[in-house]
Design a binder for this molecule. Structure first.
Ligand code: GLN
Length: 488
């Protein structure tokens, strides 16, 4: 990619002007994503008589997991398409158009347009999400110490969208009409598109690095064989009566696909890529950070699954004596993040070279989500017949999630752009979001255990997983820093 870095551009809070465009584009995209997500499962389980789809919870949950997992998995081909064919600017534009069409499709009242809408959003987000982040990275040189704080600011945009989305789309969708709620999400994405189109001149036009015919053929062969194997396995299991091609069966199949994608992507990159020693070492770091991120998101994304159930069924949803609907809890995490983002951005900026290393920030993120589940286990222990847990447990839990996310997620995005071998920033972003896909999928599976075991135990085990992962990473910090070879 050709890169014109705006070293001296400090027009947006000390950052390049292009960051403002990317900040608002992503803010609107996330507004549409989280606005629709706040309604999705409620809409699916709502009775047909009240405008919903009337699905049972198992089917709705399976579709929900499949959808949220797919959204992030599609970032992988989305990153590749930007690197090799479209360039990130075009990819973001096309992605945004597809997402807006998806929400419009959900606005139409039919089951077919519902599925079509989900499909369009999955494809569109795959194109947009990794590449808008890659564009943020492109505003800074590898040495520019503003990069981490730039990503933190960008992350504030994400969460501004995520904060207002459940309030507005949730209210319109639940109180006025489901489809109007989806329509509002579509309007948000349109606003983001206009903003991106008008502001595109503020960041460098990155040219894709077209692959050779042989390389394209190799990629096609790889994905083609994978698809063929998958079809054979799924078909075989289906005819042998092991799996059923219901929503749940398809969700299981997705789990297999996801696992294979992780193995094939990292296996292919590490074993067959033509890298020099330094690039290969950095790819190992990407793998370790990826695994840590999978665990982090598996805990974090339970906001939409187990923790949401806990809010609905076991929490006294009132504060200072004022009651509120359980779904409004979803706003605590992004809102807290907005408060913490500038604090951490300033802190990283001020500490500069003396700040904690990338792996140490990951350790901190894992500790926060781990602790949050210990707090929830304590809350669950206060339950009794007719006694609900105080809302403060969930609020405290989401505040810890927000601090954890600030430590890990923007830093992870930034690290991917710095650890990426030549021209593969988009692909690295795709791999990064694959960790979110794994996390979303696992968090759905954990929700399946919610009814079957005592809640304090479940939350304690989940918390332990986070803490053990943090401990592992802590011991590996020094070797990771060595492998990073000068990239902090
Ligand atoms: N909340 C962040 C976002 O929406 C990260 C989500 C994720 O990667 N799982 O971008």
């Amino acid at each position: 990619m050709t890169n014109t870095v705006a070293e001296n551009d400090t027009k947006f809070f000390g950052h390049p002007r292009g960051l403002a465009t990317l900040f608002f584009t992503e803010m609107w995209e996330r507004f549409s994503y989280y606005g629709m997500r706040a309604l999705l499962i409620l809409f699916m389980v709502a009775p047909v008589a009240s405008g919903g789809l009337g699905f049972d919870k198992t089917k709705a949950g399976a579709i929900y997991g499949l959808y949220t997992g797919s959204v992030y998995l599609m970032c992988l081909p989305g990153g590749w398409i930007a690197d090799r064919i479209l360039g990130p600017r075009q990819a973001v534009l096309f992605g945004g158009i597809l997402i807006a069409c998806g929400h419009v499709s959900l606005f139409l009242p039919s089951v077919n347009t519902f599925y079509l809408g989900l499909l369009l959003i999955v494809m569109g987000t795959g194109l947009l999400k990794p590449n808008v982040s890659a564009l943020v990275g492109s505003l800074y040189s590898k040495e520019d110490i503003r990069k981490d704080s730039g990503f933190s600011l960008f992350y504030m945009g994400i969460n501004t969208g995520a904060t207002f989305a459940p309030i507005f789309c949730g209210y319109v969708g639940q109180r006025v009409n489901w489809h109007w709620g989806f329509g509002l999400a579509a309007l948000g994405m349109f606003a983001g598109l206009v903003q991106f189109y008008l502001g595109a001149k503020y960041f460098p036009e990155l040219k894709p690095a077209p692959a050779s015919v042989t390389e394209n053929a190799a990629v096609l062969k790889k994905w083609g064989s994978l698809a063929a194997i998958l079809l054979l396995v799924v078909g075989g299991l289906h005819f042998a009566g092991v799996i059923e091609l219901t929503a749940v069966g398809i969700s299981n199949t997705f789990g297999i696909l996801l696992f294979l994608s992780v193995v094939v992507s990292f296996g292919g990159l590490l074993l067959f890529g033509d890298w020099n020693k330094e690039e290969r070492m950095r790819l190992w770091v990407v793998l370790i950070l990826f695994l840590a991120a999978c665990i982090f998101w598996s805990l974090f994304e339970q906001a939409g699954s187990t923790l949401n159930l806990f809010a609905e069924e076991h929490t006294l949803n009132e504060i200072f004596g004022i009651g509120f609907p359980a779904s409004w809890m979803q706003f605590v995490q992004p809102a807290s993040l907005i408060i913490f983002s500038p604090v951490f951005a300033a802190l990283w900026f001020k500490l500069g070279d003396k700040g904690p290393s990338t792996p140490m920030k990951f350790v901190a993120g894992l500790v926060c989500v781990g602790l949050s589940f210990f707090l929830m286990a304590a809350g669950a222990r206060t339950l009794g017949p007719g006694i609900k847990a105080s809302a403060m447990y969930l609020i405290g839990c989401y505040v810890l999630h927000a601090i954890g996310e600030v430590c890990l997620s923007p830093v992870g995005l930034s690290a991917m752009t710095r650890l990426a071998p030549r021209n593969l920033v988009g692909l690295m972003m795709g791999l990064w979001f694959m960790a979110s896909s794994v996390g979303n999928f696992i968090s759905g599976r954990v929700a399946g255990l919610y009814e079957g075991m005592p809640i304090p135990e479940l939350f304690t085990i989940v918390g332990m997983v986070g803490m053990v992962a943090a401990l592992f990473l802590l011991f590996m910090t020094k070797p990771i820093i060595r492998l990073m070879g000068g990239v902090r």
